[in-house]
Design a protein around this ligand. Structure first.
Ligand code: ADP
Ligand code: MG
Length: 304
């Protein structure tokens, strides 16, 4: 099978949606978003050897994850995904099988969330698998939930238990699109981020973008995933440490003022209120006895 046959197969299997006036097959796709909306655009690249190891992870799993992490970013803006664009560098030799595996991994997720596969780029080389996915989404103009909207006094929430995703959950992130939409219906959200680098690190991004704010987190309130406890048994760290610092949870962290916890729980039963935004003072952890101490994020940094 050559490049053009492969693209023809992808084209015939690809999902479409109403907003896609022109999908795979031309030089560009044409999207027609609702005129009352603005577009949100995100892109994420997964590299064999860095984000996964082909062999340990199947091409299906890589396909699933590469779309899911982008949908997670769309969820974190409180937006709705419209179309995905997939650029691949396939290892020569096994190119077609890997490409079809990627597609099998993405397709159910795309259908589930109504995302069209509207374009991409296909290359083969002697290097490892690289998958870059771009997702275009929409939300009512001015209504995206950004990182820079937190205010002192806001409560801080997360949508679910954290830590230990390296045990395997990181390959199957669940994009919190429905949860985000229910939460924003239930309450006025000020700032939101998806937890990809680790709770402290990503909450730190909200604080920094919102003008150098701080946060106090109640350690008793942090929901610790059972994977974090399982991992702690062999890592020499404790479950809380994994929950605070592990990346790739893909739960949402958000802030809001004057929300009824009851209505947030009705929207998403796993929501937990974990702390409060402060005017300054950096990130602090509050212990069982009420004392606080400074906490330093150690999220992953690709350039370190
Ligand atoms: P061009 O050379 O004009 O960039 P290509 O030959 O690369 O066009 O691609 C032809 C069409 O197939 C385009 O619409 C492109 O978006 C789409 N396409 C190519 N590779 C993929 C892929 N892996 N997944 C989805 N669509 C793809
Ligand atoms: Mg091209």
């Amino acid at each position: 099978m050559g490049e053009f046959d492969l693209i023809a197969r992808i084209r015939s299997a690809a999902t479409t949606s109403d907003c896609v006036a022109l999908g795979i097959g031309d030089d560009c796709a044409i999207l027609r978003p609702d005129p009352a909306n603005e577009l949100v655009v995100t892109t994420d690249m997964l590299l064999d050897g860095r984000h996964f190891r082909l062999g340990e992870a199947t091409a299906e799993q890589v396909g699933y994850k590469s779309l899911a992490v982008n949908l997670s970013d769309i969820a974190a803006m409180g937006a709705r995904p419209l179309a995905a664009f997939v650029a691949v560098s396939l290892p020569r030799g096994d190119a077609e099988a890997i490409a079809m595996g990627l597609l099998r991994g993405m397709d159910p997720l795309a259908r589930r969330f109504g995302v069209a596969l509207a374009g991409g780029d296909t290359n083969a080389w002697d290097g490892p698998l690289v998958v870059g996915v771009t997702v275009v989404g929409e939300c009512p103009t001015g209504a995206a939930i950004r990182r820079d909207g937190a205010r002192p006094g806001d409560a801080i929430y997360v949508t679910g238990p954290l830590g230990g995703s390296l045990l395997g959950r990181h390959l199957r992130p669940e994009p919190r699109l429905d949860e985000a939409s229910r939460l924003r219906d239930a309450c006025t959200l000020h700032a939101m981020i998806d937890i990809s680098d680790g709770l402290l690190s990503d909450l730190g991004h909200i604080c920094a973008e919102s003008g150098g704010l701080g946060a106090v987190i109640d350690i008793q309130a942090i929901p610790i995933h059972r994977d974090a406890l399982a991992l702690a048994r062999r890592s020499g760290r404790d479950g809380l440490d994994h929950a605070l610092h592990d990346g790739e949870d893909f739960e949402l962290c958000f802030t809001a003022a004057a929300c009824e916890l009851k209505s947030l729980l009705a929207a998403v039963p796993t929501v937990r209120r974990i702390g409060v935004i402060t005017a300054g003072g950096g990130l602090r952890l509050r212990d069982h006895d009420g004392t606080t101490h400074a906490a330093t994020p150690r999220g992953f940094d690709h350039l370190r």
